[in-house]
Design a protein around this ligand. Sequence first.
Ligand SMILES: [Zn+2]
Length: 414
Amino acid sequence: MYVCGATVQGVPHIGHVRGALNYDVLRRWLLHSGLDVLMVRNVTDIDDKILTKAADAGRPWWEWAATHERAFEDAYTVLGCVPASISPRATGHVTQMVELIERLIERGHAYASGGDVYFSVSSQPDYGSLSGQRLEEMQQGETAAEGKRDPRDFTLWKASKPGEPSWPTPWGDGRPGWHLECSAMATAYLGAEFDIHGGGVDLVFPHHENERAQSHAAGDGFARYWLHNAWVTLSGEKMSKSLGNIVAIPALLEKARPVELRYYLVQPHYRSTIEYSDEALAEAAQGYRRIEGFLRRVASARDVRVGEVPAEFAAALDDDLGTPQAFAVLHNTVRDGNTALDTGDETKALEFAEAVRGMVHVLGLDPLGDQWQDASAGGGETKALGTLVDGLLAERTQLAPTRTSRARTPSATS
Ligand SMILES: [Zn+2]
């Protein structure tokens, strides 16, 4: 599976990590179901926003990107995500991008113009079918460019402006277009055709439509299934940078433990919008503690192993990753287990506890597992959190206006 990862321009907030958690649960469920899963999540480490923000802060763009890449990795770790099989960076895959552009030009789907290379959308018959749009109504959201034959064509490769990082290509020095990098990296690791492509719902168009068009036009089967996770909103709005500070991961971890924040973000269906509120987070934390309390009650007297998951739980996750139904089964089992404990039926209680452990194990929420034991003991997870907070502080320090020379910026052409 290929998941579009972060453009590493700032500190992660819950809107950014929600998708990572959704695909982490999916991956754990597929593994549990006996499948072998390779998970590729890219890092967009070259982009207009990274260049602008780094320049404003007077820092080298590559340091800015690397610092925020670490903050994202730390956030994933703190929230219990299994590390990706690989997290390829755009800047490390220019060779694959150039090769893909060459194939597209050869097949008549792309053209170079003034150092840029564009994809011709009218050359691809199924263009628009992923997002369900008609070609006449589409807007790429790119700034108008003189070299485009059709204003709806999108950029595969950008000519670099003086002072910008660049890489040499047959069409001149430049840097990767965002859409192109994902097609190149997905096929580099997963082959011409692979099973699942995930990302946020805001990526359906133009990003995923364009990835798919490029890869199909190049003759690759590309993704068989597309999954799009919904947003986390604050007062009904998609989180912007200013709102994002309120829900930055370190700020939220002062209100809930990491495992409780994970519970909060994975319980709703991945396609349902989460409207963030402190009350809802507190409620989720309570829900988690009910599970934890029950398991600890049983575990204080007996050894609770990770049992089989109930059939209804499996059926729920098999049906488009139905986490709300799966959590309902989980809570019903906890309730039955507590009833068994209250009536002194320890054998029955242990059975329920083992089923509960089986379920929380799949969801990455096992309070008796090694993963969350560290939290109370002040182990690895707390350390990762420390790094995350340090990253946030470092960003603030870097925002002090000390402009440094552009001469520090390496260029692949020099
Ligand atoms: Zn992507």
